[in-house]
Design a protein around this ligand. Structure first.
Ligand code: NAD
Ligand code: UD1
Length: 364
């Protein structure tokens, strides 16, 4: 049982990871500016876990603020030390993640994603907190040459969002003292224990239907779009191309249930704490690819609703197939996905059905 700082803990992946970590007995401090999330998500955690007011005051403390705010970070670390319960590790989710937005606002992305991470690392270092799990992304691989994609594949970001993740990965290698960054598991010469987790396509929701993905505005990604069409918030799904070199002509991705992903974070944390200083670099994916049409069909079955769609032009910047080689995550963490596309659609639908407008309209 440890005290952990979770940046971006109110977000999609962060909130699900908080459930898993609280269930494992950890005490959490969540730092979030709610720029892309709602405090309601954190309230819902308490009901999923049956935390009463007294429990939740000690087990889940929430700080509203920015990860670039060094004074606030200092205060959070100092407060924990004064309570004789210093922060032992950080899981760093806070960041911006919309590819198209990053093309229009590259400096904003470098600021939040790169400067935010640098500020966090500076404060962690000062307080001798040297265990970090970082949200990286399969977007680093750009257009992959080899599928399934191993961690050793070239890093080739094709947009500012991907570049900002690649920059943080490099910064973390430097901080760990791994100056020739080519290994998957390398000894850190500086005492840092760092996991760089490259997520593939996180989707689905907690099976309770209480928390899930709640994008602002029109969803950019397939899964929330399909869910919103099924619930009647949007008319027709656009399928971006049916002439890809794939089995049915539509794009193939490695969709990972967000609860599997959340469990992957717990396993990574356990692996870091349980062994010496190191830099771990791991794909978190299922190793299984699904096409757009397969997702539509699985969602229709899970929801009992039709998902009308029309085929349109390819989306610029898309790859035909991205699927993880998840072998190393299993080898290093003993972790692999346990839920498939049917569970993803079942749980994603439970969330969408119970919350047709996401968290909007509800006050924490
Ligand atoms: P999300 O937007 O739901 O969560 C991010 C959280 O960080 C939000 O709660 C947001 O309010 C908060 N935040 C943003 N900027 C902040 C700041 N400056 N200070 C404090 N809090 C801030 O996104 P998510 O899907 O949960 O993603 C979490 C992390 O995983 C991100 O770093 C993202 O880049 C990465 N990632 C996500 C995906 C994906 O498809 N969801 C894939 C690969 C990697
Ligand atoms: C997106 C991000 C990528 C990130 C990944 C995982 C973009 C351009 N890329 O890519 O950086 O690493 O999520 O979070 O946003 N599709 C449709 N119709 C839609 C939406 C998507 O047909 O309305 C298709 C896409 O062409 C693709 C598949 O569905 O073939 C999945 O798309 P999406 O959910 O956006 O994920 P990625 O393309 O992997």
């Amino acid at each position: 049982m440890a005290r952990l700082l979770i940046t971006g803990g109110a977000g999609f992946i962060g909130s699900h990871t908080c459930v898993v970590l609280l269930e494992a007995g950890h005490n959490l401090l969540v730092l979030d500016n709610f720029s892309n999330s709602s405090p309601v998500a954190l309230e819902r955690l308490k009901s999923i876990l049956n935390l009463n007011d007294r429990d939740s005051a000690s087990r889940l403390q929430v700080f509203q603020g920015d990860v670039r705010d060094i004074d606030l970070l200092e205060k959070i670390f100092e407060k924990s030390e004064l309570q004789s319960s210093p922060i032992e590790a950080v899981i760093h989710f806070a960041g911006l993640k919309a590819v198209e937005e990053s093309v229009h606002d590259p400096l904003g992305y470098w600021d939040v994603n790169v400067s935010g991470s640098r500020t966090l690392l500076e404060v962690m270092d000062k307080h001798d907190c040297k265990t970090l799990v970082f949200s990286s992304s399969a977007t680093l691989y750009g257009y992959p040459d080899i599928v399934p994609i191993p961690e050793s594949a070239p890093i080739n970001p094709i947009n500012p969002y991907g570049a900002s993740k690649a920059a943080v990965e490099m910064m973390l290698a430097d901080v760990a003292g791994c100056l020739k960054d080519r290994g998957i598991k390398q000894a850190s010469t500086t005492g840092w224990r760092i996991a760089r987790l490259r997520y593939f396509n996180p989707v689905g929701a907690h099976p309770s239907g209480c928390i899930g993905e709640d994008p602002n505005g029109v969803p950019n990604n397939l899964f929330p779009y399909v869910s919103q069409v099924a619930i009647g918030r949007r008319g027709t799904l656009q399928v971006f191309g049916s002439d890809w070199p794939t089995s049915d002509g539509t794009g193939i991705r490695d969709y990972i249930h967000v609860m599997d992903l959340a469990e992957g974070h717990k396993c990574a944390l356990d692996a870091l704490v349980g062994s010496g200083p190191q830099l771990l670099t791991l794909n978190l994916g299922s190793g299984v690819g699904s096409s757009v049409l397969e997702v539509i069909r699985a969602f229709e079955t899970a929801s009992g609703r039709e998902v009308p769609y029309k085929i349109v032009e390819r989306r610029p910047g898309d790859a035909a197939i991205t699927v993880a080689d998840p072998t190393l995550a299993y080898k290093c963490l003993g972790w692999r996905t346990r839920r498939g596309l049917n569970e993803i659609c079942r749980d994603g639908w439970a969330w969408q059905f119970a919350n047709p407008n996401g968290y909007k309209g509800e006050v924490a």
